[in-house]
Design a protein around this ligand. Structure first.
Ligand SMILES: O=C(O)CCC(=O)C(=O)O
Length: 444
């Protein structure tokens, strides 16, 4: 037999992809090794035995079930997309996200992309990359579900990019919004200005790590009039999940982007889909709580105006983050929410000493940029000036398993009511087979 070595990247990658298919087949059906080798030999026209075995070993050493090639998705030219779901992660048993595994997948994909590019592409390992013109394939391989990224050429195409405070105030000034108000000293301007507002959350309290936080319903113009009065210990933040979704003319202002097009939440009946355009309009010094998103989805945050600072905590640090237990999100399906009692931008280290050990990546987000936050990452945003932004989320090939687990955790859908062959189905079928519609609507 003529022995040839693998000469170029394309061959290598093709073999890579075949090995991935082989592994996914391995999980579900017996393999006839001799037939398989004939097949590979015919198609690659090289002696693939040694490299194939080497690759097989490497894959098994990294993680025997890292790769699952899901054929039901549209494939790119060379069918190289590898997905991070595992054929052996049965929906019939609890699942937890493994950040180390995801980093291994990422680093293998980084090598692939470094080979594909003729130049050296640096991917950040301690910070966040700013990217434009990013292909969908590179997005799924390197970032989605694995590492945060800022995209700089998405938001500027949305009509919403032209929204201003004046525009919102002019058209919606009289409409009620949900607004968080913080007043550390209670005697500051804020408690006087909003003393007649409808209070949603009861007495001021230390809420989600923020001292003396109250949640109010106020006409938008009241917030707008008061934006200049912010103080480091006294500020306001419109955080309204429903304001945009309830106004189709505003909802339309948020353009489609290819990175969010695959969204399995759209398979849910409309009344069970999480609202997906949260209005975030905050004064200087305002901030979110430190939290991980409900459903553990991939979160997005598009800054229209202003600047945000972020602290993002890679998964696996729960012991340092002082996470509140048994809190529910209030979204349809009412999945758990995961909020910390620590304000990462002003932590009380005497009260929460373990927080010192938490490692985060810190960066600034500029107007016109959209941030993608992977499942499992705790995060907190701080508006260093008055800032207008919209957050959203997606459930796709890279996080659907994690999101389904969150839905199962709530317990409205019993795991043992799932069909026994659910693991053999495509992700879309699995999501639909949860039959969120029938199983939960009756019980909510
Ligand atoms: O911009 C912010 O305040 C953070 C919003 C956020 O983290 C979210 O919507 O999950």
């Amino acid at each position: 037999m003529k022995s040839t070595t693998i000469r170029n990247t394309q061959q290598l990658l093709k073999l890579n992809s075949m090995m991935a298919s082989l592994l996914s087949c391995y999980a579900s059906q017996p393999i006839k090794i001799s037939g398989l080798l004939d097949y590979l030999h015919k198609h690659l026209r090289v002696n693939i035995i040694i490299p194939a075995v080497t690759f097989g070993l490497v894959y098994f050493l990294v993680d025997p079930c890292l790769y699952h090639k899901i054929t039901s998705f549209p494939q790119t030219d060379d069918s190289l997309l590898l997905y991070q779901t595992s054929p052996r992660s049965s929906l019939l048993v609890p699942y937890s996200l493994n950040h180390d595994t995801l980093l291994k997948i990422r680093s293998i994909n980084v090598r692939k992309w470094q080979q594909l590019h003729q130049y050296e592409q640096e991917y950040s390992e301690m910070g966040v990359d700013r990217r434009n013109n990013l292909s969908l394939e590179e997005f799924f391989d390197i970032y989605d579900g694995k590492w945060p990224v800022l995209l700089t050429d998405v938001v500027d195409k949305w009509p919403a990019y032209n929204w201003t405070g004046d525009f919102l105030n002019q058209h919606y000034g009289q409409e009620q919004v949900v607004m968080k108000a913080i007043d550390y000293h209670l005697d500051a301007a804020i408690s006087r200005v909003f003393s007649d507002a409808y209070q949603i959350s009861g007495d001021p309290l230390d809420q989600d790590g923020l001292t003396n936080a109250i949640s109010l319903a106020v006409p938008l113009y009241r917030f707008y009039q008061n934006t200049e009065n912010a103080h480091p210990k006294s500020w306001t933040y419109v955080e309204d999940e429903l304001f945009i979704p309830m106004r189709p003319e505003l909802r339309k202002g948020i353009g489609n982007t290819e990175y969010l097009q695959e969204d399995f939440f759209q398979l849910f009946p409309e009344d069970l889909r999480p609202w997906n355009a949260m209005l975030l309009w905050g004064t200087k010094y305002s901030r979110s709580s430190l939290h991980m998103d409900p459903y553990n989805w991939t979160g997005t945050n598009a800054v229209i105006q202003g600047h945000k600072w972020w602290k993002l905590y890679p998964p696996g640090q729960d012991e340092y983050l002082y996470i509140m237990k048994d809190r529910r999100s209030g979204f349809p399906l009412n999945c758990y929410k995961y909020n910390s009692v620590v304000d990462a931008f002003d932590p009380d280290l005497t009260k929460y000493p373990r927080f010192k050990k938490a490692v985060s990546i810190v960066f600034e987000q500029l107007p016109g940029e959209i941030l993608f936050i992977p499942s499992g990452w705790f995060h907190q945003a701080y508006n260093s000036e008055e800032t207008l932004a919209i957050s959203s989320q997606v459930m796709n090939r890279n996080n659907y398993r994690v999101v389904l687990e969150e839905i199962l955790k709530v317990g409205d859908i019993q795991r043992d009511s799932l069909p026994s062959d659910i693991d053999l189905m495509s992700p879309e079928q699995q999501v639909a087979m949860h039959d969120i519609a029938k199983l939960s609507v009756h019980q909510i």
